[in-house]
Design a protein. Structure first.
Length: 485
């Protein structure tokens, strides 16, 4: 059944990008931990739609397997319909090309109907509504589905606006200290003041997004369920949500240790901070989230616990020494290896410092490691989503058999303020000695597995939220969460 398809489109097409669009759909994804199919009813996904004359393009129409690919369609002569011909090239992996196909239900399964391969939407008032009744799926050239399926698709204007500071607001840089997944984190962040009104830049990093609060005596009160706009890293529209609970690590027979989400949303009216009018510092013991969705705990969110915000004054600090934590060796079945570095965002005295002023160098054997775009000085929070990832103070690097890690890994951290550059010690990690020590202490790595937020097995280089589970010979399991972009 192989039919010629258009080339893969990975660059944003020319034309007008429609603003503040939301993608809603129903669908199914394979659950590789159980072998079953998981169903979902998705709302709040950030949609990207471009219109160029009669051409229309939708980015990542399979919301649970985003590859940055655009699906191409065309508007009808009267502009009331958008028609997307399938198949269209989606991705090529391990030598196999996969396509976007419209499918229909036949009995208990899905199949391609060669006489009806068009995905059709009505188009009115800026809203796209699927009308053809089919299923959009990722398939091979013969039209066999991979079980990534979406249907009942609606793409519509979001209809909400984020709160922004007024024109008379004044701004200060603050140091935000908090815990995420139980691990300490720190970052500098902008805080705006206008009378008793306070605006905190979105801690998740969403552009032009602010948490709004009001000073009431010795309290800063931030109303719950504030709309915070689009978070492109998560791929969802997000809200400020009051919450309670934690991430608990439990032992599952046959799987070892596993992170279990005990976080739940609360019906609190606000997230409340204690406020010091003299120093203008504020803090809270309450847990809150930047959550993908308003009515329920999203599959994607940033959890923020024990948060404190303190006015920040820049000093030329001496950064603390980093530590190379582990090196996996080449992971069987993947042809890649991973090593992890912990880089504290503190100075030698344990005080938090500004990550935006930090960068580091990594040395592998006799060569200096470069980022994919050719930089030797790696900014503290740099990630390309595949070869270099960052989660809090943990920085992980993917390497291949073509450029292996044979003997040692070195790391040095730098802190720049104006013309002053201070540096940590150059710290070395002996890969061979560590492997010997690990074997003697039963800490050799047995396996490394990667899962997404729903527990689906994914590749180590996958985009989005990744939970990496490393199993050691002594039976212990370590987990680490990161976001690949």
């Amino acid at each position: 059944m192989c039919i010629a398809a258009t080339a893969q489109i990975t660059e944003q097409p020319a034309g007008e990008l429609m603003k503040n669009m939301e993608y809603c759909s129903k669908g199914m994804v394979p659950d590789y931990t159980t072998g079953q199919i998981s169903r979902f009813d998705e709302t709040g996904v950030v949609a990207h739609v471009v219109v160029d004359g009669k051409k229309m393009y939708i980015k990542d129409p399979i919301t649970h397997y985003r590859k940055g690919v655009w699906m191409e369609g065309e508007l009808s002569d009267d502009g009331t319909q958008a028609i997307f011909h399938t198949p269209q090239v989606f991705t090529t992996e391990q030598g196999t090309t996969y396509y976007l196909y419209r499918m229909v239900q036949k009995g208990q399964s899905l199949a391609v109907d060669p006489a009806a391969t068009d995905l059709i939407f009505s188009y009115a008032d800026g809203t796209l509504t699927q009308t053809d009744g089919g299923y959009l799926s990722i398939c091979n050239a013969e039209g066999r589905t991979t079980s990534y399926v979406e249907y009942g698709i609606t793409i519509r204007p979001m209809g909400l606006e984020v709160q922004c500071p007024p024109a008379d607001a004044t701004y200060s840089t603050y140091m935000m200290s908090y815990e995420a997944d139980g691990a300490p984190q720190t970052k500098t962040i902008n805080v705006g003041f206008s009378g008793n009104e306070v605006y905190i830049a979105n801690p998740s990093g969403a552009a032009d997004s602010w948490i709004h609060g009001t000073i009431d005596g010795d309290r800063l009160i931030c109303p719950n369920s504030q709309f915070l706009g689009a978070d492109e890293a998560l791929g969802y529209y997000v809200w400020l949500k009051a919450a309670e609970g934690s991430i608990e690590i439990i032992n599952i027979p046959g799987l070892g240790e596993w992170p279990v989400n005990n976080i739940k949303l609360t019906d609190a009216e606000s997230v409340t901070f204690s406020y010091d009018a003299t120093t203008r510092a504020f803090s809270t013991e309450e847990l809150f989230l930047v959550n993908a969705g308003n009515d329920k705990l999203g599959s994607q969110y940033y959890d923020i616990a024990k948060a404190s915000f303190t006015p920040y004054e820049e000093v030329a600090a001496v950064p603390a020494d980093p530590q190379v934590v582990s090196c996996s060796g080449i992971i069987e079945g993947y042809g890649i290896g991973i090593f992890a570095i912990d880089i504290p965002a503190t100075d030698v005295d344990g005080h938090y410092i500004n990550q935006e002023n930090m960068y580091y160098n990594v040395f592998v054997d006799d060569r200096q490691l470069l980022t994919p775009d050719g930089r030797a000085d790696i900014p503290y929070n740099y990630t390309d989503g595949q070869t270099i990832r960052v989660s809090g103070t943990s920085h992980t690097f993917t390497y291949t058999e073509a450029e292996p890690v044979n003997d040692r890994i070195g790391v040095q951290v730098f802190y720049r303020v104006g013309d002053v550059v201070n540096q940590s010690n150059l710290v070395w990690y002996d890969v061979k000695s560590a492997a010997i020590d690990a074997t003697e202490n039963s800490r050799a790595i047995v396996s490394t597995e990667c899962y997404d937020a729903m527990g689906h097995r994914v590749e180590p280089t996958a985009k989005g939220l990744i939970i990496r589970r490393t199993t050691y010979a002594d039976g212990t399991v370590e987990t680490m969460k990161s976001i690949g972009r």
